[in-house]
Design a protein around this ligand. Structure first.
Ligand code: TTP
Ligand code: MG
Ligand code: MG
Length: 390
């Protein structure tokens, strides 16, 4: 006997793509607010670090001072107005905008703000797909509010958490939303449904479709296909001849704004741990010095992992495996969450004292759980030194 699948009314999908505005440059402007409104380029090295002068002001490097083969990671919109964009050689950019400010790249800072903005959105909904340092997809379908309200709320949450602006595109799928988020940058909200495809999407160049790279773009251009609309009109047989069946089918669907891919969420880690199996079984007393060294290294490793991933842990635990393979765990919960290696080492040490250690040990592990995102950064950014807490 066959059962019919129960028919649930499915809501039309509402998928958002959020992309931070001039991301690396905007993070730098948080610590150097005096550069707001100026053409600023990120792509320098350590020697281009701003110099703090005795009167408290800073001296910044200029593009014209640059010698070398580096490329620009990004630029402020003021620099873009002068023709300076991502991936351009810095020396070439210096010809276009010699007076533009040049700052060195600080990936740790950008990763830190990346975690902050993503955590802010995840506090609104966990339906978030991470797509790299400055962008995410968000599935809004099952949220109760209307789409413009949600878009404003998400942008405000990102602003409150980071001080940064972003642009959001919302449509029935990821493909269209990715295109949309770029249409009204910076600080934009672009809503689009199927009825808008012909007017807003078809006039755009084919390269605006995520998945049509420089090579496919050139091949399409050679076929006289420049816009998404022309691609939508192209003969399927012609596309198949030049691109093979599956890519040709995808091109056709993409040009018609069809994309069924789901938003793939990633769940936050529940714990972060490090463990090691010893080369030979160790005795708690006789191998005390070595055990202590390994134990400290594990704690430092957990602390570093927490910091790198942007979490604090409140519960610290240990795991032991004895020579007879029995496993024992102990943990304790701290009054405050931490990523401090000294605090973690002390807590783990207390756990260890609660274990009888007559037998030899095969394995030792340290774990931090009850994780929370580490958002203790804003104060430091606003501190007079302007140093990021990294
Ligand atoms: P993007 O989102 O492409 O650019 P953006 O955030 O700087 O500017 P927009 O307002 O147009 O979104 O990239 C995000 C970050 O990735 C960017 O700030 C720097 C880095 N990046 C590179 O390092 N090299 C590149 O070629 C690009 C495109 C980006
Ligand atoms: Mg961006
Ligand atoms: Mg981006």
């Amino acid at each position: 006997m066959r059962y019919r699948r129960s028919v649930m009314p499915t809501l039309p999908r509402r998928i958002a793509h959020l992309d931070m505005d001039a991301f690396y440059a905007s993070v730098e402007l948080l610590r150097y607010p005096e550069l707001r409104g100026l053409p600023v380029v990120i792509g320098g090295r350590g020697i281009h670090q701003p110099e703090l002068l005795t009167d408290g002001s800073r001296r910044f490097a200029r593009l014209r001072d640059y010698v070398g083969r580096g490329v620009i990671t990004t630029s402020t919109y003021e620099a873009r107005a002068l023709g300076v964009f991502s991936a351009m050689g810095v020396m070439k950019a210096a010809k276009l905008a010699p007076e533009a400010i040049l700052l060195p790249v600080d990936f740790d800072a950008y990763r830190h703000y990346s975690r902050l903005f993503k955590a802010a959105v995840r506090a609104i909904t966990p339906q978030v797909e991470d797509r790299g340092i400055d962008e995410i997809y968000i599935d809004l379908t099952n949220l109760p509010d209307d789409t413009p309200t949600l878009a404003r709320r998400i942008k405000q949450a990102v602003k409150d958490a980071t001080g940064l602006s972003c642009s959001i595109g919302i449509s029935p799928n990821k493909l269209l939303s990715k295109i949309c988020s770029d249409l009204e940058k910076p600080d934009g909200i672009t809503l689009l449904d199927e009825g808008d495809i012909a007017r807003r999407i078809w006039p755009l160049p084919v390269r605006k479709i995520n998945g049509i790279g420089p090579k496919a773009g050139e091949k399409l251009a050679a076929l006289g296909i420049a816009t998404i609309g022309q691609l939508a009109d192209a003969e399927p047989a012609l596309l198949q001849e030049h691109f093979g069946r599956s890519y040709a089918e995808w091109l056709h669907q993409a040009a018609h704004g069809i994309d069924e891919r789901p938003v793939v969420t990633y769940s936050e880690p529940k714990s972060i741990s490090r463990e090691t199996t010893f080369e030979r079984d160790l005795h708690a007393r006789r191998d005390r010095a070595l055990l202590s060294e390994i134990f400290t290294r594990l704690c430092t490793g957990v602390a570093n992992d927490l910091r790198r991933k942007g979490y604090l842990g409140r519960t610290i635990g240990i795991k032991l495996r004895f020579e007879d393979f029995r496993i024992m765990t102990r943990d304790l919960t701290l009054p405050e969450p931490t990523a401090d290696p000294v605090v973690i080492r002390r807590a783990a040490g207390e756990c260890l004292r609660r274990v009888p250690l007559e037998k030899k040990l095969r394995l030792l592990g340290v774990r931090a759980s009850a994780l929370s995102p580490d958002s203790a950064s804003q104060e430091a950014v606003e501190s007079p030194q302007g140093e990021l807490p990294l």
